[in-house]
Unconditional design. Structure first.
Lengths: 119, 424
C-alpha cells in the first residue's frame, strides 16, 4: 500500500486518496483552432511511461484538496509531493515533466505562449 | 530424452498415446520448435501471449502468410495470458462489442478440435448478480438488448439463483442482498496456458517461428513505412509489424511517437487452496466488485477491479484483494475459513471507453492490437482472427472497423464501461 504525504494532512494510507491520472494537462482554450486529432490528444491520449510519472491525487477522505505526485511506475517510489499550480523541483520530477510528449502538442505550445513568439 | 526439435505435425489422439506408450513415450516431438530468428519475415508479431499467437496462427492458416515470426520478451503465455481468471462470455451491450465477442465465443466452441489441443473450454455458465432494484432493471434492459443481437441471455430470480448455485447467500438482510441475476449459459472458462500452447503448437506446425527471450528494442521505419525491427537477438527485416503487447503498448508506441489513449494498471487475482467441488459456474458481481469460479484442480479463482493508479510493477495494492475477499465472504459465507494460496497481478491496458483498439497506424505496416483492459482473455480467438485479417489485407473488416484508433478523433466511442469496466 502506498503511504502518501498529503501536503495538508501528512502521511496517510492510499485508501484515503483517489488518483486523478496524469498531471499538468493544459486545457486548450476554446478559441484555439485545434483539429479533431489534436483535441483528442488532450481529451483521451495519456502519457503512460514505464518510469517517472507526474500524477494528480486528491485526499478524498481528508482535506479534499488536489495535489501533484512524482512517482516511479516500476517501483511505486514517491519522490515528491507538491501543490497544484507549481512545478516539480526534484530531478525525477523535472525529467518526468520534460520527457512527456504532451509538452510538444499544439494545445500546450499555444498555452505556453511559445506559439505566438514564433509568429 | 529424445524429444526432437522439429515441427510437431503429429496428431494428438488416443491412438497416438497408445502408439507412443510402446516406447515409453520417448519419441514425442516437441510441441513447437525453438528457432533462431531469420534475417527477414513477411510479418512479425510482437508479443507471444494468446492474442499474438492466435494472430500468427490465423495469418498462417487462413491467409497463407507462413513466413512469420512471433517474438516474445519472456516466455510464451507468461504475461497476462497466464495471469487472468479465464472467464469467457459474450454478453456485451453494444452491437460492435457483441459482434467481436460473439465471434470469439463461436471460435472458442470449436477451438480444441481446430487446434488438436485440449484448451479445456467449459461452458459452465456465467452468472452476473444484481444487488439493487435499479441494477436489476438496468440488467433486464441489457438482457433484452443482448438477446436482440442473437446472444443467449436470461434473467434469474433469487430462488432460481439458489437452485443454480447452492452455496450463494440469498438472505435479503445482508448489506448488498442478491435480488436477481443474468445468466449466459454458453459462457464459461478455459485453461489459459493451454490456449497459448495450443495456438503456439498449431502456428508452429505451419512453419511460424516462435522466438522466445527476444525483446523488441527499436522499430525501424523509413518514409513512414516499416522496414524492420531491432531486437535483443539482432535485426529482423519485415514490412509488417503487429504489436500485441497489452500493458506495454504505450512503451512500444512511444518509440515511434504514437500517442495512445491507454493507461497501464495492475489487475490482481487470487487462488485458494484446492477444495472439493462446490461451484460449477462463474459468478460475477459488479456492485460488490468480485468474480469467482472453481478450477478443475479445485482451487477457487477470485478477481476484482483494477488498481486506481498506473503501474508497471506486476503486483497490486493491498486494499483491492481485501475488498475482493470481503465481497466473496458476504456472498458465500461458506468460504470464510478458506486459505488463499497465491496472489498475483498483471499489467492491463485500459482504454477510456473500455473497448479494445485493433487498428492501423499513421505508419504504413505498423498495426496495434491493444486496449483489451481487464477482459482480453475471452476475446483471444476473435482478436487474433480479426487482427490477422487486418494485417493480411491492410484494411479492417466489418468486425474490427469500429475498434480503430481514429474513433478517439471522431468521437464514435464504444462505451462498454457498464459491461466491461468492472468485472470480467
Amino acid at each position: 500500500m502506498l503511504n502518501i504525504k498529503c501536503p495538508n494532512c501528512g502521511f496517510r494510507d492510499e485508501i484515503e486518496f483517489a488518483c486523478g491520472g496524469e498531471g499538468h494537462i493544459t486545457r486548450p482554450n476554446f478559441n484555439n483552432e485545434l483539429t479533431n486529432k489534436e483535441w483528442s490528444e488532450y481529451l483521451f491520449s495519456r502519457y503512460n511511461p514505464k518510469g517517472y510519472f507526474i500524477e494528480r491525487w486528491v485526499h478524498i477522505s481528508g482535506c479534499r484538496k488536489w495535489f501533484n505526485i512524482v512517482r516511479c511506475t516500476i517501483t511505486n517510489e514517491i519522490f515528491e509531493v507538491y501543490p497544484i499550480g507549481l512545478y516539480p523541483k526534484s530531478n525525477e520530477g523535472k525529467l518526468a515533466f520534460a520527457n512527456n510528449w504532451r509538452r510538444n502538442t499544439k494545445a500546450e505550445v499555444i498555452a505556453s505562449g511559445k506559439h505566438n513568439d514564433k509568429k | 530424452m529424445k524429444i526432437k526439435d522439429k515441427s510437431d505435425k503429429q496428431k494428438y489422439s488416443i491412438f497416438s498415446i497408445i502408439k507412443h506408450s510402446i516406447n515409453n513415450h520417448m519419441n514425442w516431438n516437441k510441441a513447437w520448435r525453438n528457432p533462431s530468428p531469420k534475417k527477414s519475415y513477411d510479418a512479425v508479431i510482437v508479443g507471444g501471449g494468446g492474442h499474438g499467437l492466435a494472430t500468427a496462427y490465423y495469418l498462417a492458416s487462413i491467409h497463407g502468410i507462413k513466413n512469420i515470426a512471433v517474438i516474445e520478451k519472456g516466455w510464451i503465455g507468461g504475461g497476462n495470458t497466464g495471469r487472468n481468471t479465464t472467464i469467457i462470455r459474450s454478453n456485451y451491450l453494444w452491437d460492435e462489442s457483441a459482434s467481436i465477442y460473439e465471434h470469439s465465443l463461436k471460435l472458442w466452441e470449436g477451438l480444441s478440435q481446430e487446434l488438436n489441443f485440449n484448451v479445456m473450454f467449459s461452458q459452465r455458465g456465467v452468472l452476473t448478480v444484481a444487488h439493487s432494484e435499479h441494477e436489476l432493471k438496468e440488467m433486464s434492459r441489457r438482457v433484452h438488448a443482448i438477446r436482440l443481437n442473437g446472444i443467449d441471455s436470461e434473467i434469474l430470480t433469487p430462488k432460481q439463483i439458489k437452485d443454480f448455485v447452492p452455496i450463494i447467500n440469498i438472505n435479503q438482510s445482508i448489506r448488498y442482498p442478491v435480488m436477481g441475476a443474468f445468466l449466459q449459459k454458453r459462457g464459461g472458462t478455459a485453461r489459459h496456458d493451454a490456449v497459448a500452447w495450443g495456438y503456439a503448437r498449431a502456428a508452429d506446425s505451419y512453419g511460424v517461428d516462435i522466438i522466445q527471450n527476444c525483446e523488441l528494442k527499436e522499430i525501424i521505419y523509413k518514409n513512414n513505412k516499416i522496414t524492420g525491427i531491432e531486437t535483443s537477438l539482432g535485426t529482423i527485416n519485415t514490412p509488417k509489424l503487429g504489436v500485441v503487447v497489452a500493458g506495454h503498448s504505450s512503451v512500444i508506441a512511444d518509440k515511434v511517437g504514437i500517442k495512445l489513449p491507454i493507461q497501464s494498471r495492475p489487475l490482481q487475482a487470487l487462488v485458494s487452496e484446492p477444495i472439493k467441488p462446490i461451484l460449477d459456474t462463474v459468478i460475477m458481481s459488479n456492485a460488490v466488485h468480485m468474480y469467482i469460479s472453481q478450477s478443475d484442480k479445485g482451487e477457487l479463482v477470485l478477481g476484482a477491479g483494477v488498481d486506481k493508479y498506473n503501474s508497471y510493477a506486476q503486483k497490486g495494492s493491498f486494499p483491492i484483494p481485501q475488498h475482493m475477499i470481503a465481497a466473496a465472504v458476504e456472498l458465500f459465507p461458506v468460504l470464510s475459513r478458506l486459505r488463499m494460496l497465491r496472489h498475483w497481478g498483471g499489467i492491463v491496458d485500459t482504454c477510456p471507453d473500455a473497448s479494445p483498439i485493433i487498428s492501423k497506424t499513421d505508419i504504413e505496416g505498423l498495426y496495434f492490437n491493444c486496449g483489451w483492459g481487464t477482459g482480453g482473455f475471452k476475446a483471444t480467438p476473435g482478436s487474433g482472427h480479426v487482427f490477422a485479417d487486418l494485417i493480411a489485407n491492410d484494411k479492417p473488416n466489418l468486425i474490427s472497423k469500429p475498434f480503430s484508433l481514429d474513433r478517439f478523433d471522431t468521437g464514435l466511442l464504444i462505451d462498454e464501461h457498464g459491461a466491461a469496466g468492472v468485472a470480467h
